[in-house]
Design a protein around this ligand. Structure first.
Ligand code: ADP
Ligand code: ZN
Ligand code: ZN
Length: 750
């Protein structure tokens, strides 16, 4: 045996551990690193990944491998390296990390579906003769032959629906030698019948030219590097990606492009499809067969460019030359279930294995990435201007505390916003309205005693949804009837407080009855194509006012939008999250970027109760650098990322006391890990740079009847953060009583 007697196998369990198995002689020629195997484990047969071969094992009684599944390795050594990094960085199981590289449909395999194809096999004259001969006696068979005379060949389901025949008619005709019946595999091609008009490179602007030249130079050096492409909305970042990718293909390499799921529209895909021949797409609204086909296409080397959402970072490409992350600041690149990875950070690691270039694009880069350019880890190129030097829209901030609402009976739409809407709409221009809160009203409260209706299973106020006539919890999706009286004092005077998009829709319709309004949020956009249909209708001009949650803030490019109204900038600012200001700033810049893209110019009106807040004042001036400077100062003072590094540990269970005790127990272990390594970790550091915050009840105390306590671990680097977390990594995370979750570099702190 050339490589070894034992296979190192990783299983999909939350343990960062490799198990040894003996390789029986019959598999000696088949076993290879990167193949899947079947092995016995805990009395069952499970699927694992062979990640190494060795001659040494200190385990005495080893079990045999039962089966080698793959004919060729399904994972290469670079992918194994990335998975290993993920397991160590995010404290997930190595098996869990490896599983990320295989979509579940590929793991399961997809049953091929076949269909019967009916084909005529006699010449025209004898068929005509036959038809008249059997017309009376067997009209169904005659009808089948008539249909086939016209089309020659047809699938049985289609034939059955046209001729109303059954299978036995078809069988008779076959027995008589008039037709043949064959099985054919059903396919579900992704771009069936679509034609993509080929486009050429646009002649780039001076700013684009600088960016493209820098990236091309990096590509030719074949050295791992990261470039932050900081370009205002409409500055033509996509054209930079396209020209860089074209260079990658010329150099014989491949490209991965990640975009937030919501921006993965047919328009986005078309921009890549029409520039390059071999483009594969991976996103959540593909059918299973399409996803499987796309994955195998990539795996078999039939794609040069993969465009996809977060998980496409794991696309089975060989020889990756560039990884583009568009809108790199987006939180959707962070997965909120295990493995809790951030695709942006995984991309940098994957690129290191591939000697590839990472391009992070954004109008409002994350402070982490911006800071990395500051300290020289990443390079930065800036596109300061919109293509064609179109000005960025003017942003006006309305102080809602001072607004006087004269006789309109409402307090949501300021006089100035209403007036501006009238002006735009009367010129047949379009208006976007952003309200980042769905449902009708976010609070239901008793007017007598002040009781606020909360979800019984979660500690969250219930939102009233009018169309469903129900109260819904946005965390556990509980829905129930609207109480007719206060559960606390029985007063019948329950009132609906606050505005969600559903209520705002009623209000805007009542103020603008002669215009077409469409509401776009996750309640109205349930169907597979609903999002796309809505955008097409808006593009055609069938809709005058588009009202929605942050769904409408992303990537839309409609030249006829001349007004953007932000109904409340305050929905995020007040969240208990150290990124609240950053998120507010980003959302405002994004939504502002939706206007002024045509020749008619554009205006943005931001309504807020916090008009002095720097996230709002900086967004109004389109001043990213100013915002970043202030925000970084604040982060530095409190030692939040990118200065300090955080991990969050959440404990949850049915019994509050047990959860609390476990949380204290974990806190103690973490603290003693800090003390143990005192010398190395704390040397020369400010005391507040390393530590454990909490345990405290999580801001959302209860979810789905589970009490939640959390701890925040803070350290001066990921390295020391990892040293500390290591002390609890082998705790039982799935105990029946209290479950534990570790989230390194968390984005959700609620
Ligand atoms: P961003 O992603 O930076 O917001 P886009 O890439 O969507 O910007 O570009 C904005 C618009 O400018 C698009 O309609 C695009 O086709 C156009 N565009 C980009 N680069 C050029 C160029 N060099 N010449 C002409 N038009 C361009
Ligand atoms: Zn009451
Ligand atoms: Zn709930």
């Amino acid at each position: 045996m050339a490589y070894g007697n034992f296979a190192e196998v990783v299983l999909n369990i939350p343990l960062n551990k490799k198990f040894h198995y003996k390789i029986p002689p019959s598999f000696a020629n088949q076993i290879e690193i990167g193949k899947r195997v079947k092995v016995p484990f805990g009395g069952r047969t499970v699927v694992g990944y062979c990640v190494g071969l060795t001659n040494i094992s200190d385990v005495k009684t080893l079990k045999d491998i039962i089966h080698v599944i793959d004919a060729t390795p399904i994972l290469n050594s670079k992918m194994l390296g990335v998975a290993e990094w993920m397991a160590n960085f995010y404290f997930c199981g190595l098996g869990e990390a490896l599983e990320s590289f295989l979509p579940s449909v590929v793991k399961r395999g997809i049953k091929s579906r076949t269909v019967s194809v009916v084909r005529l096999c006699k010449d025209g004259a004898s068929v005509t003769e036959m038809i008249s001969a059997i017309k009376k006696r067997a009209p169904k068979q005659a009808r089948v032959l008539e249909v086939l005379t016209e089309v020659g060949e047809i699938t049985f389901p289609e034939l059955a629906s046209i001729s109303k025949c059954k299978m036995d008619s078809v069988n008779r005709l076959r027995d008589r030698g008039f037709i043949t019946l064959d099985k054919r595999e059903v396919s579900d091609p992704l771009f069936a019948g679509k034609h993509f008009e080929k486009t050429c490179h646009l002649s780039s602007t001076r700013e684009q030219e600088v960016a493209i030249r820098l990236i091309k130079r990096k590509l030719r050096e074949r050295k791992h590097s990261v470039v932050l492409l900081k370009g205002v909305t409409g500055s033509g970042k996509t054209e930079v990606y396209l020209q860089a990718i074209s260079e990658v293909i010329i150099l014989g390499m491949k490209a991965i492009v990640l975009v937030p799921e919501i921006s993965l529209t047919p328009q986005t895909i078309e921009r890549f499809k029409s520039r390059f021949d071999r483009v594969a797409v991976l996103h959540s609204s593909l059918t299973e067969r399409q996803r499987s086909d796309q994955w195998w296409d990539i795996k078999n080397g039939n794609a040069d460019v993969v465009v996809g959402a977060r998980s496409a970072i794991f696309a089975p490409l060989e020889n990756v030359g560039i990884i583009v992350i568009d809108e790199e600041h987006e939180n959707t690149f962070k997965q909120d279930t295990s493995p809790r990875y951030n695709a942006r950070d995984v991309s940098v690691v994957r690129a290191a294995y591939e000697n590839a270039v990472v391009v992070l694009g954004s109008a409002t880069p994350s402070l982490e990435s911006f800071y990395n350019t500051d300290i020289g880890k990443y390079e930065c190129v800036t596109l300061e201007n919109r293509v064609g030097h179109k000005p960025l829209p003017k942003v006006e901030v309305i102080d809602m505390r001072r607004e006087i609402f004269k006789g309109t009976g409402q307090k949501q739409i300021s006089n100035y916003l209403e007036l501006s809407m009238k002006q735009s709409l009367s010129k047949k221009e379009q208006v976007l309205l952003l309200l980042n809160r769905r449902g009708f009203s976010p609070f239901i409260s008793c007017r007598r005693c002040g009781f606020v209706l909360k979800c019984k299973r979660c500690d969250i106020s219930l939102t009233y949804h009018k169309k469903k006539d129900a109260v819904i919890c946005h965390y556990c999706f509980f829905d129930g009837p609207v109480p007719r009286e206060c559960p606390d004092c029985c007063s019948p005077r329950m009132s609906f407080l606050g505005f969600g998009t559903e209520r705002m829709e009623e209000l805007v319709r009542s103020r603008f009855p002669q215009y077409n309004l469409l509401r776009m949020d996750s309640d109205t956009m349930r169907g597979r194509d609903s999002h796309e249909k809505a955008l097409s209708a808006f593009r055609r001009g069938d809709i005058d006012i588009l009202l929605g949650t942050q769904m409408i803030a992303k990537g839309l490019d409609f030249p006829n939008v001349t007004l953007v109204g932000v109904l409340s900038a305050d929905t995020i600012v007040n969240l208990p999250d150290f990124r609240a200001s950053e998120k507010t700033f980003q959302l405002l810049c994004q939504v502002a970027g939706r206007t002024g893209r045509g020749t008619k110019g554009g205006k943005v009106i931001v309504q807020t109760h916090n008009p002095e807040h720097y996230s709002i004042t900086s967004a109004a001036l389109h001043d990213y650098d100013g915002f970043a400077k202030k925000e970084l100062e604040y982060r530095k003072q409190l030692y939040y990322p990118p200065y300090g590094r955080l991990a969050r540990v959440v404990l949850r269970g049915k019994n509050d006391q047990e959860v609390k005790e476990k949380a204290s127990d974990i806190a103690e272990k973490l603290m003693s890990a800090i003390k143990l390594s005192n010398g190395s970790l704390l040397a020369g550091l400010r005391k507040d740079k390393i530590g454990v915050l909490g345990p405290a009840p999580a801001p959302i105390v209860k979810v789905k009847d589970n009490y939640r306590w959390h701890l925040i671990v803070k350290a001066d680097s990921f390295k020391s953060l990892h040293t500390i977390i290591k002390s609890i990594e082998n705790e039982n995370r799935n105990s029946k009583k209290v479950q534990m979750m570790i989230d390194v570099d968390p984005y959700m702190l609620l």
